[in-house]
Design a binder for this molecule. Structure first.
Ligand SMILES: Cc1cc2nc3c(=O)[nH]c(=O)nc-3n(C[C@H](O)[C@H](O)[C@H](O)COP(=O)(O)O)c2cc1C
Length: 151
């Protein structure tokens, strides 16, 4: 039985899921795409949970945030980690996301952030930015983050 879950939303260029799949050992984690998962996710069996998504309009996907809100009591008893990808300044969104989770009383959140290919809105006209991100270096860094934090 797996005791670790990754709950994600990734739809723009699948940047986030590509990064996750290249970095986390598939055998160790249950992956849930929150955009598709119909059944309730049974959180009781998980000790560690990674929430992951792109940044959309300044935040993680709202379905992730709603899920956290809905399951707050249970989630506060678990080790929570976050992975985000963003079109610009991922560190800024990392700080913002940490603040958001701190306000919900998650006091020991670890977050990984990196750039992701972004062609939303007018960026499409120029073919997007960060076309090759996440890249191998991002995967390497995330693998280090996983090891350091014993995820
Ligand atoms: C609707 C939408 C809104 C976005 N808003 C932001 C934003 O506010 N800030 C930012 O840095 N990037 C923004 N982006 C870019 C995404 O965060 C970036 O492309 C991310 O890597 C997408 O992840 P995904 O491919 O896993 O969905 C936005 C992209 C979309 C499609």
């Amino acid at each position: 039985m797996k005791t670790k879950a990754i709950i994600y939303i990734s739809y723009h260029h699948k940047n986030t899921i590509k990064l996750l799949e290249s970095s986390f050992e598939k055998e160790e984690y249950d992956f849930y795409n929150l955009a598709k998962t119909k059944e309730d996710i049974l959180l009781d069996k998980y000790e560690k949970i990674v929430f992951a998504s792109g940044i959309y309009f300044g935040k993680m996907d709202k379905r992730i945030l709603q899920f956290v809100d809905k399951n707050l009591t249970k989630l506060l008893t678990k080790k929570i980690y976050i992975v985000i990808t963003a079109g610009i300044n991922p560190k800024h969104y990392a700080r913002k996301t940490i603040k958001y989770f701190n306000k919900l009383s998650f006091n020991d959140i670890k977050i990984f952030s990196c750039l992701g290919h972004d062609s939303y809105g007018p960026l499409k006209l120029i073919g997007g930015i960060n076309k090759k991100r996440p890249n191998e270096k991002d995967v390497f860094k995330l693998k280090e983050f996983i090891l350091e934090n014993k995820i």
